[in-house]
Ligand binder design. Structure first.
Ligand SMILES: Cc1cc2nc3c(=O)[nH]c(=O)nc-3n(C[C@H](O)[C@H](O)[C@H](O)COP(=O)(O)OP(=O)(O)OC[C@H]3O[C@@H](n4cnc5c(N)ncnc54)[C@H](O)[C@@H]3O)c2cc1C
Length: 434
């Protein structure tokens, strides 16, 4: 069984491959799920942006005006001619959020207590076509990337959950770790293998080194997938009735039908009816305070996304953290005061983030499942020779082991009288036996 969940790994793999993955792949290509509204401007509240991305691939290609759906647009402010071309990292103002209310039946501007995004800040928002900006290797690495992950784990969800850590905090840790695994899997799946020829492909050693080598990271990936899946199925009635209006009636009908197929699929409903049991959380005496605390930590993580120093990583980081925040909002509506009877209200962007996150996790689970069993053999063949042990370099472990032994030998060797023993066989001094 996936820990804390209600399904086993084999079932997850089979429903993912047979049901969820194919539907999600079609769904995210449709206009409704293709466009994500995001503030790409990096206004990090914690550190100035010092992260430099090496590749052109880390900048986001924004949408030309004629591309994104009519009902998504602000009728009062046209796009500047600048936004007609594919830009590198220039945020454009092109969004009017008030249209959400008209386009999406029953969708209002509700705050999400789990995230820090200020959606009313329309002037800085831009639409991005996710299909043009795949999540893949960008070259973002080094101190800036490391600092983001470190601060997420150290300050907002402890890295190694100890036995005393309460169940709810472990859940937060596992969600972040699962998301981190999924990001690494996507880097490995679509990697720049040769910069000079611009050739892209799978990097299996990286998949192994960053994810598969650590069973806990794989477990957390499956956990996060089931958690988000549970949120989507819990909100099935709401999501089924929503109006997916982008001004393309044919595509919009298809969107609604695929959402329904996904959430009510008989195989999913019978094999894994409740992927995660949220009712077990916040049960202790201090449940409400704990919820407030964890909400605050998650909001912090959401704010840290503004510090990601590579635009495309920031886009996907923001989207996926919003997706997780949406799952948390659905499962633990609505705020820290336990207003459980409040009707669920989601923003369009939250639903877009939820399904795109589900799709990312589904892709990661599929790739991990496909490569998991055979990977050790494969990477042995693929590892470049430089990775193999270099005989000219000392092996640190061996040095650390041999050094004290050598010292001991020398010590015995040069103090024969003290350690010579009459009981040693053949009267040899003890040093000879060493
Ligand atoms: C929000 C965000 C989005 C990013 N998106 C991209 C992207 O789209 N493309 C891209 O090329 N790079 C992206 N990066 C950078 C990428 O995640 C790595 O930071 C980078 O590739 C350097 O990797 P690393 O080997 O140093 O380890 P990192 O992945 O940076 O990990 C740092 C440390 O965290 C721990 N750790 C690693 N994985 C897990 C896990 N699953 N669970 C728990 N602990 C773990 C390990 O101790 C590891 O040493 C993103 C970074 C962030 C913060």
């Amino acid at each position: 069984m996936v820990e804390d969940c209600c399904c086993d790994y084999e079932t997850v793999d089979s429903i993912n491959e047979e049901v969820l993955h194919p539907i999600l792949q079609d769904l995210v290509k449709l206009p409704f799920f293709r466009y994500f509204k995001v503030k790409l401007w990096c206004d990090c509240p914690f550190w100035p942006d010092d992260g430099m991305c090496r590749l052109r691939d880390c900048s986001v290609c924004e949408c030309p005006e004629n591309e994104f759906p009519e009902p998504f647009k602000n009728p009062y402010s046209g796009l500047s001619p600048d936004s007609m071309i594919c830009q590198e990292g220039k945020p454009q103002a092109a969004v009017d959020k008030t249209l959400d209310n008209k386009v999406f039946k029953g969708w209002v501007e509700t705050d999400n207590p789990w995230t820090s995004d200020d959606e009313t800040d329309n002037n800085e928002m831009t639409y991005v076509n996710l299909q043009l900006n795949p999540e893949r290797y960008t070259g973002y690495t080094g101190d800036s990337a490391r600092r983001i992950w470190d601060s997420i784990y150290k300050e907002n969800c402890p890295k190694y959950p100890s036995e005393e850590l309460c169940h709810e905090k472990k859940v937060l840790y596992k969600l972040i770790s699962g998301l981190h695994s999924s990001i690494s899997v996507h880097i490995a799946y679509d990697y720049l293998l040769d910069e000079s020829t611009n050739s892209w492909g799978q990097n299996l050693p990286l998949l192994y080194d960053r994810v598969l080598k650590y069973p806990e990271r794989v477990q957390n990936l499956y956990f996060t997938y089931l958690f988000v899946l549970r949120a989507a199925t819990k909100a099935a009635d709401y999501l089924e009735q929503a109006e997916y209006n982008t001004g393309n009636p044919e595509d919009d009908l298809k969107t609604q039908s695929l959402v329904k197929q996904l959430l009510y699929h008989p195989k999913l409903r019978s094999a894994c009816p409740k992927p995660f049991d949220e009712a077990k959380l916040w049960k202790g005496e201090n449940g409400p305070e704990l919820k407030q605390e964890i909400q605050k930590q998650f909001r912090n993580i959401s704010a840290i996304m503004d510090c990601v120093g590579c635009e495309k990583c920031r886009l996907w980081g923001k989207l996926q953290v919003l997706g997780l925040g949406t799952a948390l909002k659905i499962l633990f509506s609505v705020d820290g005061d336990n207003h459980l009877n409040q009707p669920l209200q989601l923003q369009r962007n939250e639903v877009i983030a939820l399904f795109n996150l589900l799709n990312r996790l589904s892709e990661s689970v599929k790739f991990v499942h496909e490569k998991g069993s055979s990977i050790e053999e494969v990477i042995k063949e693929q590892r470049p020779p430089t990775v193999q042990k270099d005989a000219s370099k000392p092996n640190l472990k061996l040095v650390l082991f041999v050094f004290p032994v050598n010292v001991a030998v020398l010590f015995f060797a040069f103090t024969p009288h003290k350690f010579a023993s009459s009981d040693s066989p053949a009267g040899l001094p003890l040093r000879c036996r060493v």
